[in-house]
Design a binder for this molecule. Structure first.
Ligand SMILES: Cc1cc2nc3c(=O)[nH]c(=O)nc-3n(C[C@H](O)[C@H](O)[C@H](O)COP(=O)(O)OP(=O)(O)OC[C@H]3O[C@@H](n4cnc5c(N)ncnc54)[C@H](O)[C@@H]3O)c2cc1C
Length: 402
């Protein structure tokens, strides 16, 4: 099998490498700036070269490149090797911005996408409710159109980052008499609006970046709706697709795997580096198999999307989410074994989900706990299996709740 990419792509790789050699890490006075400022500056330069936010038009703050799966793969590899920041990931840039591209009005795209991509506008996702998780269409928080504003009352739960978000994109019942999946609208809500109360929920990591959000008589402008009234379910499908892509992002898995190998190098087994232990090596090899299959599946899915095969991409997205979260559990389980007693006494890192935290024992402990939660977020594994079974394998449908 010949896995060479050909002259055109090797030239692209050299060009990317030269750019990174020149621009990352920053030099001179730029290197004295705060880390966040440095990342921002670098991203601006990478954007001008067409290396970040490639799928977004220039009008909305992207670099508007023709889709190219191989160029994208090369950028991933080279930026990762250089430790350089690429697109900001997270709820806003990875989920809301592409949804607005798919379904938003021109005014909404121009107003919201550029500051979201720059990281200046932070978002939270208001889908789940106490009685509506896997069965999301059972949601009951209401929005009533009253003159030129929506009046909102209700209760959301598990809202990640609500405590620091500027805006929420959420689902609300606007036609209470319509059938379950109809009558839901997708609204953009300023989190500083009067009548919103955010209450933190403590997690097993000790952190509290999860919240309950209560709405009582909250007023937002009538044009805060994305898509048509009563068609929020359709819009939410777009966001969910991007959410599962975010959670199933193979880059995240690869970074975590690299950190795991580093941990095995630093840890000791019988007086020698654990990386030399045959049982550890075997487990690492097995896990890397999963990581590679995620990477290849991601590339396959991307090429299918480029050919406009929307249907063919749905199942791989579900599978990506399911298998990535499973692989992440395998990674963190091995990390925990390598930490041994250290893992039991290490203070849990406050932030998790960040590859940079995976250098400390506490970072790994937090990640171990987060890996369990991540199998639930964005649709629990059982639900992913159900949909894959029904739509992918043609198995009989699961009896649905009425
Ligand atoms: C880390 C994390 C972050 C989150 N962030 C957000 C957020 O920002 N915004 C937001 O809106 N929500 C968020 N959520 C909520 C998440 O979307 C829900 O937890 C998820 O959809 C599952 O819903 P539930 O918790 O109500 O569980 P339930 O739906 O009550 O499910 C409980 C269990 O029953 C199983 N089950 C349910 N129905 C079936 C079925 N038909 N067949 C087989 N098994 C079934 C599930 O798989 C699960 O194991 C987050 C969750 C986590 C863990």
């Amino acid at each position: 099998m010949d896995l060479r990419l050909g002259e055109k792509y090797e030239a692209f790789r050299s060009e990317v490498r030269a750019f990174l050699r020149e621009h990352w890490p920053l030099r001179g006075a730029d290197a004295q700036l705060a880390p966040e400022r440095q990342e921002k500056l670098f991203r601006e330069r990478a954007l001008a070269r067409g290396y970040v936010y490639r799928g977004f038009p220039r009008l909305y703050g992207g670099s508007e490149q023709a889709p190219d799966a191989l160029e994208d793969m090369i950028l991933d590899q080279e930026f990762r090797t250089a430790g350089a920041p690429r697109d900001i990931r997270g709820i806003g840039p990875a989920m809301l911005a592409p949804t607005l591209l798919d379904c938003g009005s021109e005014e909404q795209r121009i107003r919201f996408i550029p500051p979201t991509l720059r990281g200046d506008l932070r978002w939270c996702q208001g889908y789940s409710e106490p009685g509506a998780g896997s069965d999301l269409a059972a949601l009951s928080s209401r929005a009533v159109l009253d003159g030129d504003s929506w009046r909102i009352d209700g209760h959301k739960i598990w809202t990640s980052e609500a405590q620091s978000a500027d805006y929420m994109f959420g689902l609300f019942r606007t036609e209470p008499d319509a059938p379950k999946h109809a009558g839901i609208s997708y609204l953009l809500i300023d989190m500083r609006s009067k009548g919103i109360e955010v209450r933190p929920l403590r997690q097993m990591t000790g952190g509290a970046d999860f919240n309950e959000v209560f709405f009582s008589d909250v007023r937002i402008p009538a044009d805060s709706i994305v898509g048509r009234r009563g068609e929020g379910w359709k819009v939410s499908r777009s966001t969910l697709k991007h959410e599962r892509n975010l959670i199933g992002d193979p880059r995240y898995l690869r970074n975590s795997f690299d950190s795991l190998v580093e941990l095995a190098r630093r840890s000791q087994r019988n007086g020698r580096p654990a990386l030399e232990d045959s049982s550890v090596r075997q487990r690492l090899a097995e896990i890397e198999g999963y990581v590679c299959s995620q990477e290849y599946s991601g590339q396959r899915q991307f090429s299918a999307a480029l050919r406009g095969q929307e249907l063919a991409t749905l199942l791989p997205i579900l599978m990506n989410k399911l298998y990535s979260t499973d692989a992440m559990q395998r990674i963190t389980r091995l990390a925990f074994d390598l930490l041994g007693g250290d893992g039991l006494v290490a203070p849990v890192a406050e932030e998790y989900g960040m590859a940079s935290q995976l250098r400390t024992s506490g970072g790994w402990v937090a990640q171990y706990m987060f890996a369990i939660a991540n199998s639930i977020a964005g649709g629990a594994s059982n639900i992913q299996r159900n949909i894959i079974g029904e739509r992918g394998l043609g198995l009989p449908r699961d009896p649905r709740a009425k």
